[in-house]
Design a protein around this ligand. Structure first.
Ligand code: ATP
Ligand code: MG
Ligand code: FE
Length: 333
């Protein structure tokens, strides 16, 4: 089974060729970060235009790199939400065009299942399993009792974890997206500010990061007013420790209530070194019988390989989209 997969939900134009759901024959990712950086975030109209410019060469590159012709394809998979409507529509139109022209089934894929399936390239899924899904727009604990079944048991009530990284990064003068740079800075500092850990001890699986963001901004602002300069590495380390503590704590609480065989860490923020380390250590001491499956570092951010992997399971379950498949910007799991 060879799937041509499309991802264009945000600021990455990506096309991949995936064999049997687990083998990456090609994964072309054209990022637009440089174009959005000067605005401090993704500008939807600019993103759509870049997708239009890039998509055709991404398809050609993906097929050439994979050494696969249109005749050898089994199906076309495409992200139809959640994301920016204008961006999603470009990938959808391209995927529909290829599928229609070559008489191939069109497989609809939820971008968030794609993030989860990035971890499939690191190892097998083992049910029941839990996924901690942390990205630029989402922070969710997802219970997966069986393949193709997703239940959100907890989520953020305000900012997503990645969004919080990008916002405090902006305050520190770090270019968008700030997550990776803040992570690297954090490794050189100490948690001296002891920022709040919102909802850590509440009896639910939800998160909140806007209070932490405000505490961070107030700390920097108050220091500015006093004419003081705070240690940047310590600021980053303190912010990161707060985020990681809450994510790990809530995940352990979820595992205590939902017995699972495996925990999956996925989404753009799953690239975070502090989070990967803390989750590995805490799981080993608190829930040693639960296996940890970390999405490969290179596949944590948006890419079409993960969409091909999720598309493969959808394909096996018989999911087929009609030609009127529309973008669903607010699509949920
Ligand atoms: P969503 O998937 O929710 O629709 P998105 O696709 O924009 O949102 P992703 O591509 O999954 O988000 O992830 C991007 C986010 O990951 C950005 O907010 C970025 O700052 C963050 N990020 C990337 N690397 C790291 C890191 N090492 N530590 C923390 N955050 C990181
Ligand atoms: Mg992105
Ligand atoms: Fe994403």
């Amino acid at each position: 089974t060879i799937i041509l997969a499309f991802e264009s939900s945000c600021d990455e134009t990506s096309v991949a060729v995936i064999e049997d759901g687990t083998k990456i024959l090609s994964n072309i990712v054209a990022t637009q970060i440089a174009s959005h950086q000067r605005f401090g975030g993704v500008v939807p109209e600019v993103a759509s235009r870049h997708h239009i410019e890039q998509i055709t060469s991404c398809i050609e590159d993906a097929l050439t790199t994979a050494g696969v012709t249109y005749d050898e394809l089994t199906a076309v998979a495409v992200t139809y939400g959640p994301g920016l409507v204008g961006s999603l529509l470009i990938g959808l139109m391209a995927a529909k065009t290829v599928a229609w022209a070559h008489h191939l089934p069109l497989i609809p894929v939820n971008h968030m299942t794609g993030h989860i399936y990035a971890a499939r390239f690191a190892g097998e899924f083992n049910y029941p399993q839990m996924a901690l899904l942390v990205s630029g727009g989402h922070t969710e604990l997802v219970y997966m009792p069986a393949p193709h079944e997703y239940q959100i048991i907890g989520e953020t009530r305000d900012d997503a974890a990645g969004e919080a990284y990008d916002k405090i990064g902006r305050v520190m003068g770090i270019a968008y997206p700030a997550g990776k740079a803040v992570d690297e800075l954090a490794a050189q500092g100490q948690d001296v500010f002891n920022f709040p850990r919102a909802m850590e001890n509440e009896d639910n699986f939800d998160f909140s990061f806007s209070g932490l963001k405000s505490a961070f901004i107030n700390t920097v602002h108050n220091a500015d007013q006093r004419g003081e300069t705070l240690n940047r590495a310590d600021l980053a380390a303190s912010f990161q420790q707060s985020v990681v503590d809450v994510l790990v704590h809530k995940t352990m609480r979820a595992l205590a209530q939902y017995p699972v065989k495996q925990l999956v860490l996925a989404g753009g923020v799953a690239a975070n070194r502090g989070l990967r380390t803390a989750l590995t250590e805490q799981l080993a001491t608190q829930q040693p019988e639960v296996n940890l499956l970390l999405a490969p570092l290179k596949l944590c951010g948006d890419n079409a390989a993960m969409i091909g992997a999720a598309g493969y399971i959808n394909y096996q379950f018989g999911d087929r989209a009609a030609w009127d498949l529309n973008a669903q910007p607010g699509l949920s799991l």
